[in-house]
Design a protein. Structure first.
Length: 149
């Protein structure tokens, strides 16, 4: 009876550890463009006090794209990845929020069973701008684009 009990516990331990290791090996949000998720602000103050942490937090949240603008940015990035030749640019605008963005495909190269594309993105919100460089790969093994972080 002791051996059966020990083996049952060992099986559960193996199952639990394999689930935990699988969770550690997965990446999150690899199919989303980083440029649509980040804030336009990127020069934050040193957060030595709670006031500076709060200031950085508020600055970050005030400089993020709205959900509508995030969708426009994502559409522009995926349109560029799927349709544009190297050197071509796609733009989007939101006059009401005074935001706009540009996506330019700068390079393409083969990778495994597919290919990768490098895009430069600039997002502007009111008087702030931020540039991004992203690489996305498309392979026959999975659907859609996977962004390399």
């Amino acid at each position: 009876m002791f051996v059966k009990n020990l083996m049952a516990r060992g099986k559960w331990l193996i199952l639990l550890s394999s689930l935990l290791l699988t969770a550690c090996g997965t990446t999150s949000n690899t199919s989303k463009s980083l440029s649509s998720q980040k804030s336009v602000s990127h020069n934050y103050t040193h957060a030595g006090t709670s006031v500076e942490v709060w200031y950085n937090f508020m600055r970050h949240n005030m400089s993020k794209l709205s959900k509508q603008d995030q969708k426009k940015q994502d559409k522009a990035v995926y349109f560029a990845l799927d349709n544009l030749e190297e050197g071509k640019v796609v733009a989007w605008h939101n006059v009401e929020a005074d935001t706009h963005g540009f996506v330019k495909v700068v390079a393409s190269y083969p990778h495994g069973g597919g290919y990768c594309r490098v895009v430069f993105t600039q997002i502007q919100k009111k008087d702030r701008a931020r540039d991004f460089k992203e690489t996305a790969c498309k392979d026959v093994a999975y659907r859609g684009w996977q962004f390399i972080r």
